[in-house]
Design a protein around this ligand. Structure first.
Ligand SMILES: Nc1nc2c(ncn2[C@@H]2O[C@H](COP(=O)(O)OP(=O)(O)O)[C@@H](O)[C@H]2O)c(=O)[nH]1
Ligand SMILES: [Mg+2]
Length: 444
């Protein structure tokens, strides 16, 4: 049974007690006792320094940690009004965010920010930059901009950034960064599954509870409960950013310095996160096809909050050999799906990469083509989206290995140019995507 609320009883009674507020900072957590104390203290300090006179609430939505995470939170709050509890629903970061959005709606706040609980490098200024421009009414949605090591953020660099930029036309460098600022209105839109409603057929206010599928596009995921999908897990970030962009929100990027958090090694840790992020991005691309198919090619910058200062990020260790091995091993299972979905030229590049010592032929343009081939296949067969996205995982490993080779002698700043070139390849291939997508309501 789907839950109609993500709030537990503790959170509901805390919300009754607090009543209303102006601004809110949400923190999702699951077993973060070692790091969340610093995050909460910094958030409270940021609220007290930059938002005096506003009624501010901290919301911690926890995944049922048994390591004392919520005790650490309560201690670190230092009297700050707060809602602390365990969310209901599918286990995952997105369900925690759903509880945070509900709290925002209940309290009637005008501006929210969210920050991860494993952050080491957070400062009070992060709160000011994420929340301030929204609280002052200057912008609707703030994404983070960090100095990250060239091998950190591989899902962002290989697919979330280039795909978001190519489809929605905005150079949002960290669309799934984890730290965001947004209006209370957007919090309500996220709750209602806003991005699953094609822009051309956005329902009126009184329809939003039960949006109906638009005519002629039986495959659009309109009306499905997003909280029963990967949006409840790590699909949440791309869901928020895509929703904001597809609704035409004013988006800005806040420079936050270095992001230091619990690192993940792509080959070892990132396959589930990849499938959740990309599966969600593909479903949203299909639901928003009316919008991105009509837009002209190219992209534009979004306003910057703060000055970008070059900081030396902490080194991220990646196991390149493991990536190459997983690319090859994964090919055995995935090749049948690849042959069904990937176009001939891109498929020969994949074969060369499998046969070579180094998967160099998995360059940016080939990668963009592969992603678009699988996006089209998954829009045609939404029931097979899971299989298509899983088949992309070994190719992502191969692509990251190729990137590591290309960037071997580069500084992080130099490697940034490679990321930009790859994003340009995604933009350059949008005519190809549109052609393959076809001209009907959705590809048949
Ligand atoms: N409540 C809850 N929070 C989660 C869950 N998984 C991750 N998070 C939180 O989401 C944030 C980001 O997760 P993390 O694993 O650091 O992802 P990454 O930084 O994107 O690699 C952290 O604050 C986690 O505590 C979950 O299952 N439940
Ligand atoms: Mg993290």
């Amino acid at each position: 049974m789907p839950n109609d609320t993500a709030l537990d009883d503790l959170m509901i009674s805390a919300l009754d007690e607090v009543g209303t507020a102006d601004i809110l900072v949400g923190i999702p957590s699951y077993r973060n006792a070692g790091t969340i104390g610093h995050v909460v203290r910094t958030v409270v300090q940021g609220l007290r320094t930059s938002f005096q006179g506003m009624r501010a609430v901290v919301v911690n939505a926890d995944g049922g940690s048994n390591d004392g995470t919520t005790d650490v939170v309560r201690e670190a709050l230092d009297g700050q009004p707060a809602i602390v509890g365990a969310y209901r629903g599918l286990p995952g970061k997105g369900s925690a965010f759903r509880a945070i959005f509900e709290a925002a709606a209940e309290l009637g706040v005008s501006a929210c920010a969210v920050v991860d609980s494993d952050l080491r490098s957070i400062t009070p200024q992060w709160i000011e930059r994420l929340l301030g421009p929204v609280a002052s009414g200057h912008t609707d949605y703030v994404t983070p901009l960090y100095s990250r090591h060239k091998h950190d953020g591989t899902i962002t660099n290989t697919i979330a950034y280039p795909l978001t930029r190519a489809l929605y036309g905005k150079r949002v460098r960290q669309p799934i960064g984890g730290e965001f600022g947004f209006t209370g209105d957007l919090a309500r839109a996220f709750l209602e599954g806003g991005a699953f409603v094609p822009r051309a057929r956005r329902p009126s206010e009184d329809e939003v509870e039960h949006p109906s599928a638009s005519e002629g596009s039986p495959r659009a995921s309109v009306g499905m409960d997003v909280w029963e999908t990967d949006v409840a897990r790590f699909g949440i970030d791309v869901y928020m950013t895509t929703t904001a962009l597809a609704r035409g929100a004013r988006v800005a990027q806040a420079f936050l310095g270095a992001k230091i958090h619990d690192p993940k090694d792509p080959g070892a840790d990132l396959a589930p996160m990849f499938t959740q992020v990309v599966g969600t991005a593909f479903r949203l691309a299909a639901a928003n096809a009316e919008r991105w198919r009509a837009d002209s090619a190219g992209s534009s910058d979004v306003p910057l909050i703060g000055d970008v200062q070059v900081v030396d990020p902490e080194e991220i260790r990646v196991d390149r050999a493991l990536l190459v091995r997983k690319f090859r091993e994964g090919a055995a299972d995935a090749v049948a799906v690849w042959e069904e979905a990937i176009s001939t030229d891109a498929m020969s590049a994949v074969r060369s990469a499998l046969e070579a010592e180094v998967p160099r032929s998995l360059g940016g343009t080939t990668w963009a083509t592969i992603v678009y081939d699988l996006l089209v296949a998954s829009a045609r067969r939404p029931d097979r989206t899971g299989a298509y996205v899983r088949s992309l995982v070994p190719l992502y490993f191969g692509r990251v290995a190729a990137f590591i080779d290309d960037a071997r002698d580069m500084t992080t700043a130099e490697a940034e140019r490679l990321v930009d070139e790859q994003a340009l390849a995604f933009e350059d291939r949008t005519p190809y995507l549109r052609r393959r997508w076809g001209t009907g309501p959705l590809p048949a």
